[in-house]
Design a protein around this ligand. Structure first.
Ligand code: ATP
Ligand code: MG
Length: 571
């Protein structure tokens, strides 16, 4: 037992120390151990002795050393420690440590976008913060819309974000339970089958009028409900909650709980044809699966009353429903409903088009999962609607990739420059000014290419510096070539530094994505191509590597076979 206990104590002492500036507390560590190992409660004396010794040892280490050891023996705990520090989410109301359960409930009807990332991160982070559980629940109750491929891609995208879940399940696998509860409502007289057509239902709801279906007795309702599963045709009947047709909250005017849909379900096939609505399934699943703090976006606010009413009637546990605002980004469609038509109409190339705020699109653009996390969490759980701009996300991303991206010289729209008396050099150029990322050797002769834009305003006699190389003075400007003379290597004050490449460069295209919408209007000019020359060493870039073209911006490299293209990330 000695060694085992020692290791357990060490794990918790390190974890506790890392959460408290390197100083673990004996009491906290003992608490953790006894929570995990009830059997040790009888041996409290020897537990104390060992913990006291371990805590002393651990507190003698510096924080880096503590982190290193914990990363070896229990990396999982380290993640929590690190994540906890950066979090700015406020405490949850009515939350008990170890008992918080959250869930993220995507519908498998498309790819996830950054709005989903906001929801998923908030759910996930709160579960982590309280050492609780996080459920991934596929809300797959619209058989017409769900596709089997989306279950998998949504999981892949969540994993890409660094999100892990403790439990995964599909709402569609619980339909028998839903039916049981529906029957309970019918037998209590709290739900009825309505045979009115859609437009009549809508009209009555609008006018606050009751229809005759509402007056049927429960046995009739029960047999009609049974018929819904068999012979009544699609659209011929719905099960409605007996709410309040005069309620000021129109959501409470006998909302639909179940409807008939004959489409084949990607998992359930034709096993069911009566499907719960969001109002019913959402409330039931949150309650039954033990979720303590379900988050929804603010547009569901009016439906909260329905949510609690259903749970009330069924005598089910009521979670603490939480709300936050939907994420909107200026010029970007942060909604599956807006993204889908763009794809169907061919206005973007697919779900991974880098102009889209889908996670796949953002990934292709060079936006990192870390940036997405920090960005969405910085929006917090406020309910006030605000449209943010994409450059706020760019700013977060820039800080992250600036330290990691190798620098290369790219010359858009190049003009040739011939330097007289140019020394032939083999110049070692570092891939990064401050980080250790190695270097490349560039051989220079008399011929260079520089961006036409940078040279535009220069006159004969002006001096500029070929960046990281030497100074030159312009001697003659012709349409397709500029002549210059070598002016030494010494750094001069107030001399412009210009990107250059040699003849050993190759043609390169950078795709630049702009906003898909300007105001509410589709922008047909959202894709631009910038052509230029890039230095030969870019060939060493990996597929997917994010590099920086100096003075141009960050670019993510896509390679396929021999072809290579850049996608503009941001400045
Ligand atoms: P969409 O408009 O993209 O179709 P949705 O709400 O129908 O959105 P779901 O797959 O049902 O998509 O969403 C799963 C979860 O993600 C829900 O809890 C939803 O509130 C949340 N969510 C979706 N879009 C956003 C957004 N733009 N901002 C914040 N949360 C969002
Ligand atoms: Mg939805």
């Amino acid at each position: 037992m000695g060694e085992e206990l020692y290791n357990l104590a060490k794990k918790y002492a390190l974890h506790n120390a890392l959460q408290h500036d390197g100083k673990a507390s004996v009491k906290a560590v003992i608490g953790k151990i006894l929570a995990e190992r009830r059997d040790l409660r009888d041996k409290i004396k020897s537990v104390m002795e060992i913990v006291e010794r371990v805590v002393e040892e651990v507190n003698d280490l510096d924080v880096n050393e503590q982190r290193r050891i914990l990363s070896e023996i229990e990396p999982k705990l380290l993640v929590k420690e690190r994540r906890k520090k950066e979090i700015s989410l406020p405490p949850l109301p009515h939350a008990e440590y170890g008992k918080v359960v959250t869930r993220f409930p995507p519908e498998p009807n498309g790819y996830l976008h950054i709005g989903h990332a906001k929801a998923a991160f908030i759910d996930y982070e709160y579960a982590q913060m309280y050492d609780g559980k996080f459920i991934l629940r596929f809300d797959d109750t619209n058989p017409e819309n769900e596709k089997i491929e989306y279950y998998d891609v949504q999981k892949e995208d969540l994993r890409w974000l660094g999100i892990e879940w403790d439990i995964e399940y599909c709402t569609s696998s619980n339909l028998p339970k839903h039916y049981e509860l529906a029957e309970k409502l019918i037998l209590q007289g709290d739900a009825y089958v309505c045979l009115c057509d859609q437009s009549t239902i809508r009209k009555n709801r609008f006018e606050g009028k009751i229809c005759r279906c509402r007056e049927r007795d429960k046995d009739e309702n029960l047999s009609l409900w049974k018929e819904m599963h068999k012979d009544i045709e699609e659209g011929g009947a719905v099960l409605r909650l007996k709410g309040d047709m005069k309620s000021k909250n129109t959501a409470m005017r006998d909302p639909t709980l179940f409807r008939i849909i004959d489409a084949e379900h990607p998992i359930q096939g034709h096993k069911y044809r009566v499907w719960p609505t969001y109002d019913f399934a959402g409330a039931i699943e949150d309650s039954l699966s033990g979720v303590t703090h379900p988050f929804r976006t603010k547009e569901y606010e009016l439906r909260d009353e329905v949510y609690f009413y259903i749970l009330d009637k069924l005598n089910l546990r009521k979670p603490h429903l939480m709300e936050f605002s939907r994420l909107s980004i200026e010029g970007m469609p942060v909604s599956k409903r807006k993204i889908k038509p763009l794809i169907d109409e061919g206005k973007v190339s697919g779900y991974d088009d880098f102009r889209l705020p889908t996670l796949r699109g953002l990934k292709r653009r060079g936006i990192t999962p870390e940036a997405i996390r920090l960005f969405v969490l910085s929006q917090g759980i406020s309910k006030s609607e605000s449209t943010v701009t994409f450059d706020q996300l760019e700013a977060v991303n820039r800080k992250i990739i600036d330290k990691r991206a190798r620098r290369f010289f790219f010359v858009p729209n190049p003009v040739k420059i011939y330097v007289e008396n140019a020394p032939a050099l083999k110049k070692k150029l570092k891939f990064h000014p401050t980080e250790d990322m190695g270097y490349r050797v560039v051989e220079t002769s008399s011929v260079f290419f520089v961006p036409r834009e940078d040279i535009k305003s220069m006159r004969e006699g002006d001096i500029f510096r070929l960046k990281d190389l030497y100074n030159v003075r312009i001697s003659e400007i012709k349409k397709d070539e500029i002549k210059a003379t070598y002016e030494g290597e010494e750094l001069l004050k107030d001399v412009e530094k210009i990107q250059w490449v040699t003849e050993k460069s190759f043609e390169f295209v950078v795709l630049v994505g702009g906003p898909l919408f300007i105001g509410d209007k589709y922008n047909p000019d959202s894709l631009k191509r910038v052509r230029g020359l890039v230095e030969e060493s870019l060939k060493t870039a990996r597929n997917g590597e994010i590099v920086q073209f100096e003075r141009f911006g960050f670019v993510r490299i896509e390679k396929e076979g021999d072809s290579m293209v850049g996608i503009f990330t941001h400045k």
